[in-house]
Design a protein around this ligand. Structure first.
Ligand code: PHE
Length: 344
């Protein structure tokens, strides 16, 4: 075989066929394809050839290099897969070893309900307005039409700070004033928000009442908002939250900051209105307080009540969460007992 290219090709492919481990393979690569390898030497010879032969020779060496590169890759893949098959067979990898479980946190059941609420209200065009937990007496009460010594203040026993003008909000309603003042641009813009958050009341802690709980307040202000808007909006929410067939009913009630005021009931989603222990055999569950924003409250928020109107509501997510999961005692919510929380 006089052609040096053919000679090296034959030699390289023949020795590669007997390579069975990666060290020998690396040595093979050095010998033929390395910088000082056989192919490299062929490239070096180009300069000493007669001018007319150089191009053709160069092309052949290039082709040889490409061929040997490809042969190397194929061999490498083969050796690796053989090694893996051997490892599996010899049992070097113990695939029966149990994995270490990953410890993952979970969402608090109340957070889950809040997220469900938020998704539904967002879909219906309501922004989330984050108000504050530590509030002024004026906003929590006076500006909501509950002046000092108003008897309805007794409905909400209050935690005060050392400064008697500052308290822990007893409901999310003071956020109505903040939202109107901040978003209403001096009573010139409509508003559609929900205000979720923690509320606090100085109460005896029992299975049914806690000193802290969350609420989701809703507020819509516009030029032509009527009671039918409130009813339709809440009915739509109930359909999305409970069931497409959920029926709601409205009962006249009293809140100082709404007029007229209504309590909202939804048909018991556990018994479908038949009557059961959860709904105390009435077929209905109370889900919200609501009403048309009182003119005085509109004025306190910067709106002219002769031109603007609105509705508001307040819902209690814990109650809904309790009903949904059959939780009998509200004290589980904030006592941070992992045995309770890990169930969700
Ligand atoms: N703030 C009232 C409560 O805590 C609920 C409510 C909100 C009623 C908005 C009417 C309008 O009981």
């Amino acid at each position: 075989m006089s052609n040096p290219i053919e000679q090296i090709r034959g030699e390289a492919l023949q020795s590669l066929a007997s390579v069975t481990d990666s060290e020998t393979l690396a040595a093979w690569r050095g010998k033929f394809l390395g910088r000082r390898g056989a192919v490299g030497k062929l490239f070096g010879q180009i300069g000493s050839l007669p001018q007319a032969e150089r191009a053709a020779f160069g092309q052949q060496v290039n082709a040889l290099q490409a061929e040997l590169d490809a042969a190397f890759d194929a061999r490498e893949t083969l050796i690796q897969s053989q090694a893996m098959a051997r490892d599996l067979e010899e049992g070097d990898i113990d695939i029966s070893l149990p994995a270490r479980p990953r410890r993952r946190g979970g969402l608090h059941p109340s957070t889950r309900t809040h997220r469900e609420f938020q998704a539904i209200w967002a879909d219906m065009g309501f922004h989330v307005y984050q108000s504050r937990d530590v509030e002024e007496d004026e906003l929590n009460f006076s500006l909501l039409n509950l002046p000092p010594h108003h008897p309805a203040r007794d409905m909400q026993d209050t935690f005060y700070t050392a400064d008697s003008r500052v308290l822990l909000r007893t409901h999310t309603s003071p956020g109505q004033i903040r939202a109107m003042r901040e978003l209403g641009a001096g009573g010139s813009k409509p508003i559609r928000v929900i205000l979720p958050g923690m509320c606090y009341r100085q109460e005896q802690i029992t299975a049914r009442s806690e000193i802290q709980f969350t609420q989701v307040e809703g507020l819509a202000i516009g030029r032509n908002i009527r009671m039918s808007d409130l009813k339709g909006t809440i009915a739509e929410f109930a359909k999305r939250m409970y069931s497409p067939e959920a029926k709601v009913r409205f009962r006249a009630s009293y809140f100082p900051f709404t007029e007229p005021s209504m309590e909202v009931d939804v048909e018991c989603f556990l018994c479908g209105g038949e009557g059961c222990r959860v709904c105390k055999y009435t077929g209905w569950l109370e889900i919200a307080g609501s009403g048309m924003v009182h003119p005085t409250v509109l004025r306190n928020g910067g709106y002219d009540p002769s031109e603007w109107s609105g509705f508001a509501f307040g819902m209690g997510p814990e109650r809904i969460t309790m009903l949904k999961h059959g939780i009998q005692d509200i004290r589980y919510f904030w006592s941070n007992d992992l045995r309770f929380l890990q169930q969700f």
